[in-house]
Ligand binder design. Sequence first.
Ligand code: ADE
Length: 227
Amino acid sequence: MKIDVISIFPEYLAPLQLSLLGKAQSAGLVDISVHDLRSFTHDNHNTVDDTPYGGGAGMVMLPQVWGEALDSVIADGSEIIILTPAGKTFNQKMAEELSDSSQLIFACGRYEGIDDRVRQHYSHSEYAARNIRVREVSIGDYVLGGGEVAAMVMIEAITRLIPGVLGNPDSLAEESHNSEGYLEYPNFTKPQEWRGISVPEILLSGNHAEIAKWRSQQADKRAKDNQ
Ligand code: ADE
């Protein structure tokens, strides 16, 4: 999977080279490139934003600059993801859908966001015919300073679903076994007693059917408690 991230703070995305993702890149499973939005400007000040038509606070990011940046990485089958708190909320199901894509392009907005004509332009049928899709995505109901951290959250959730990225693929199989896809039961390891708290007896019983039943009940209880 090819991943392109476009941002005015490319250094912010340095953690993408670490840990599991660093290994996945060395193994050739994912190929992540970070692009500096300002390198697509043509003025001396490397301007990326301007005041909003209609008035109001804040600045809006320029469509020309975003258009050039996106055109430089777009290919047939690209998924363009515009990070914005106004987007559709990211979840495990969306992570699974996106994990099949050949290329993800993350457009990290700052300020009051990106001129909406960028979304409109890449939604045109000419792009749809090339299987290029654009979507606005939020990672939750809160406002961040920009889309960079949101892009990192999505990249971590999506890439761990690519076969070969996780060290132990059984972890994924277990996640998909339970009904919500990711809500898990509580886990315990050694020692059997810690600070006066014992591991639940059932887990020591060796009765796999009863253990599976107990874990499923515990996962359901957790899901209810979190509502
Ligand atoms: N940019 C600012 N807030 C955001 C959020 N919650 N999700 C995605 N991008 C954002």
